[in-house]
Design a protein around this ligand. Structure first.
Ligand code: 13P
Length: 247
C-alpha cells in the first residue's frame, strides 16, 4: 500500500493584505512539482482572489474557521457554503486560538465540522494541550479527548485531517521532541482507528507549532506525521517552500 501524500498547509491567521497575493503566486509557482499536497489558508477576504489566481495550480485554498450554521442571523460570521462559494476547498476548524480566544468547545467544533462536510469542504481539525496540561502529565488524555469530542461520526468516508498543535509551541519557537510528537501522533491514530475503523489509518495527522525550514525534515519524517500546519513560516514563499520540499 502506498503511503498517502503528506499535506503541508499554511495558516496565515490574521496576516496579509491584497499585496500578499503575489506571495501566494510565488508559492504556487515553487510548489508546482511538490510531492506533498499544499494549501494556503489566508484571511477570508483574500480567498476569492487567491482562489482565482491559484486556479489550476497545485495549491488549494482554505478558510480558517466557519460557522456551524449554513446561513442566518450571525453578524460578522462566515459560513462553510460561503467559503466553498469563494473557492475554498478546505477549512481549519478548532484552532487553539479560536478555542481559547472565542470559547470554542469540542461540541462547537464538531458542529462546525458537520457544516464543512455539508459544504463539501475538507476539514483540518486542530487539537492540542496547554503547557500546564503537558507539565501535569495530562497531554495525551486531553488531546485524545479533544479528538473524540471534536470529530463527529459523520466524518466517516470523508476526506479530513487532524492537526496536533501543542498550544505552547505555537509562535514560540519551542517544539516538542520528536519522541513526544510521535507518542502523541500514535495516540491520535489509535483513537481515530477506534472511532472510524481501519480507513482512519490514511487520515493525515499534521503537526503544527513553530515548524520552520530548519526543523521541517525531522518533524515531517517522524512516525505518524502526515504533514504540517504552518503559521509564521507560511507567510514567506521561500520559507514555506523549503518546508514543502522537506516533505
Ligand atoms: P506557528 O507556525 O507560527 O507556530 O503557528 C502554528 C499554528 O498555529 C498553525 O495553525
Amino acid at each position: 500500500m502506498t503511503a498517502p501524500q503528506p499535506l503541508i498547509a499554511g495558516n496565515w491567521k490574521m496576516n496579509g493584505l491584497s499585496d500578499s497575493l503575489t506571495e501566494a503566486e510565488a508559492i504556487a509557482e515553487g510548489a508546482a512539482q511538490a510531492k506533498a499536497r499544499v494549501a494556503i489558508c489566508p484571511p477570508a477576504l483574500l480567498i476569492p482572489e487567491m482562489s482565482r489566481r491559484l486556479a489550476g495550480s497545485k495549491v488549494a485554498v482554505g478558510g480558517q474557521d466557519a460557522h456551524w450554521e449554513d446561513a442566518g442571523a450571525h453578524t460578522g460570521d462566515i459560513s462553510a457554503p460561503m467559503l466553498a462559494d469563494a473557492g475554498a476547498r478546505m477549512v481549519i476548524l478548532g484552532h487553539s486560538e479560536r478555542r481559547s480566544g472565542h470559547c470554542e468547545t469540542d461540541h462547537v467544533v464538531a458542529d462546525k465540522v458537520r457544516a464543512s462536510l455539508r459544504a463539501g469542504l475538507e476539514p483540518i481539525v486542530c487539537v492540542g494541550e496547554s503547557l500546564e496540561e503537558r507539565k501535569s502529565g495530562r497531554a495525551l488524555a486531553v488531546v485524545t479527548g479533544q479528538v473524540r469530542g471534536s470529530l463527529p461520526a459523520e466524518l466517516a468516508g470523508h476526506a479530513f485531517a487532524v492537526a496536533y498543535e501543542p498550544c505552547w509551541a505555537i509562535g514560540t519557537g519551542l517544539t516538542p521532541t520528536t519522541a513526544e510528537i510521535e507518542e502523541m501522533h500514535r495516540a491520535i491514530r489509535a483513537t481515530l482507528v477506534e472511532m472510524f475503523g481501519a480507513t482512519a489509518e490514511d487520515v493525515p495527522i499534521l503537526y503544527g507549532g513553530s515548524v520552520k525550514p530548519s526543523n521541517a525534515a525531522e518533524i515531517l519524517h517522524a512516525a505518524e506525521v502526515g504533514g504540517a500546519l504552518v503559521g509564521g513560516a507560511s507567510l514567506k514563499a521561500r520559507d514555506f517552500l523549503a518546508i514543502v520540499q522537506a516533505a
